[in-house]
Write a protein that binds this ligand. Structure first.
Ligand code: SAH
Ligand code: SF4
Ligand code: F3S
Length: 458
């Protein structure tokens, strides 16, 4: 073995939503000037960061079981005379549990909340100096985004861009307002600068992120505020940016201008993730969602009038406290009425500190599971029908990564479907025109239809 001092390596494991994926990259970027390269696996790393999710009980349990395994890995390595491995916990569980996390797992070196990760290098230095665990779960006044101006050499064809943090909606089941703090929009100029940088570094698609992204109201370049629709209109002017998406939206903030934008901006993709949670007005009220099932139906109608080929995706919770068979039947009716191309559905999970955990009418796990299975069968049927209907059609596919077979590339259709294409002449980052030839359970297969574009917007 070489006695030269090798570069330090950091492995970041990401749990939860796309905002955490974005944050993980930014944490790695913040550590790069301090000599950290990214490792492919925990076993190769000097620092392991778990960027955690707290949304459901299962997500939190997973963090603790992974932590136990990492502690063993670290002891084995030390026993064999290898170097130490520092363990850091970032993200939403870190924020929610804070000190309690160190009580339960005292071997953790750092606990850092989702708004303080720009302080990681400083916390690491302090950990080394003082030799004891460090905790930072403040919501600092200085935004992490201001602290970390971004520059990347190479961006993926589809890149995430967080434009807003936190949430002020306080749905009664949800931990996000407590783990991520108050809603805060980044200034439009900073977002546009990061967008241009990402496009210059190779991104052809940008996915604008926020837990409640359509409530965006960032400072405008010339004073006042921009809405999400205004920001998207400005972003669509960036040359070589072929596609724009945004997620996650709240039905309450789906305003007329944003709906209009779907009909007017070709780069805005015809696919929207719009979580509805339930089709029962009583349950929606108890959840504090601020709309009725018919409000949601009307929003969908307006979106389809503006952009007839728009496909919808959603989130559902089964077994919220007090949900009756009739309430659940209303959810099934809403799904039948709307028709979803894709969906995520979950059993209600009581979260510490949220109002819904104290509500009367908590349901048995068996009831939640049974309803979930019934709902998922219908959602699955709808998404299969949607995917089948694209067979025989020609569509643009942004090629995002190599496939398993020689010459095969995997990309996404405008409707976010994964498409496998044999395309020896093309490369990752190209936009191809593809004829869809077959539909598999979780992907489509296609063949190149025409001479496909390379770097020009398709
Ligand atoms: N900001 C988004 C969702 C964020 S969390 C929105 O408002 O829609 C992602 C999804 O997790 C939610 O849409 C919801 O369906 C689910 N979820 C959140 N808290 C949950 C809980 N306590 N139990 C079960 N599912 C939950
Ligand atoms: Fe949670 Fe509701 Fe905020 Fe979504 S809108 S993050 S579900 S509180
Ligand atoms: Fe999970 Fe936090 Fe995202 S709780 S879903 S990682 S905002």
């Amino acid at each position: 073995m070489s006695t030269e001092r090798r570069k330090r390596r950091v492995f970041v494991k990401t749990y939860g939503c796309q905002m955490n994926v974005y944050d993980s990259d930014r944490m790695a970027e913040a550590l790069a000037p301090h000599g950290y390269e990214r490792a492919e696996a925990a076993a190769d790393a000097d620092l392991v960061i778990l960027n955690t999710c707290h949304i459901r009980e299962k997500a939190t349990e997973k963090v603790y079981s992974d932590l136990g395994r990492l502690r063993d890995l670290r002891s084995e390595r030390l026993a064999q005379g290898g170097g130490d491995m520092l363990l850091a916990v970032a993200g939403c569980t870190a924020q929610a549990e804070g000190e309690a996390m160190l009580d339960r797992a005292p071997y953790i070196d750092l606990v850092v909340g989702p708004q303080s990760y720009h302080r990681l290098p400083e916390l690491l230095a302090r950990r080394q100096r003082e030799g004891k665990s460090q905790l930072d779960t403040e919501f600092p006044l200085i935004s992490k985004f201001d602290e970390l101006v971004r520059h990347v050499e190479a961006a993926p064809p589809s890149a995430f861009l967080s434009i807003q943090e936190g949430c002020d909606k306080f749905c009664t089941f949800c931990v996000v307002p407590y783990t991520r703090g108050a809603e805060e929009s980044r200034p439009a100029a900073a977002v546009l600068a990061e967008a241009r940088m990402l496009v210059q570094a190779g991104a052809r698609e940008l996915v604008l992120l926020g837990q409640n992204v359509n409530a965006y109201h960032g400072e405008a370049p010339e004073g006042g505020e921009w809405t999400l629709a205004r920001l998207i209109r400005a972003m669509a002017e960036i040359p070589d940016l072929a596609r724009i998406r945004y997620t996650t939206s709240h039905p309450r903030d789906m305003d007329a201008d944003l709906i209009r934008a779907h009909g007017e901006i070709p780069a805005l993709m015809p696919f929207l993730h719009l979580p509805v949670q339930s089709g029962s007005d009583k349950v929606l009220k108890a959840m504090n969602r601020g709309y009725t099932a018919d409000d949601f139906r009307r929003i969908v109608d307006a979106l389809r009038a503006a952009r007839p080929d728009i496909a919808l995706s959603s989130d559902f919770i089964t077994g919220f406290p007090g949900e009756t068979d009739e309430d659940f039947a209303a959810t099934m009716r809403l799904v039948e009425d709307v028709g979803f191309a894709q969906a995520y559905s979950f059993k209600y999970s009581g979260r510490p500190g949220t109002p819904a955990t104290g509500m009367r009418g908590q349901l048995k796990d068996a009831v939640k599971s049974e309803r979930l299975a019934v709902l998922q069968a219908l959602l699955e049927e709808q998404s299969t029908a949607f995917n089948r209907a694209t067979v025989g059609r020609k569509t643009d596919v942004l090629l995002e990564r190599p496939g398993r077979h020689e010459g095969q590339l995997i990309g996404r259709s405008p409707w976010l479907q994964a498409v496998h294409v044999s395309a020896v002449d093309l490369k990752v980052g190209d936009m191809a025109t593809v004829e869809i030839t077959a539909c598999h359970p979780h992907s489509l297969a296609g063949v190149l239809a025409l001479a496909s574009s390379r770097s020009a917007a398709a």
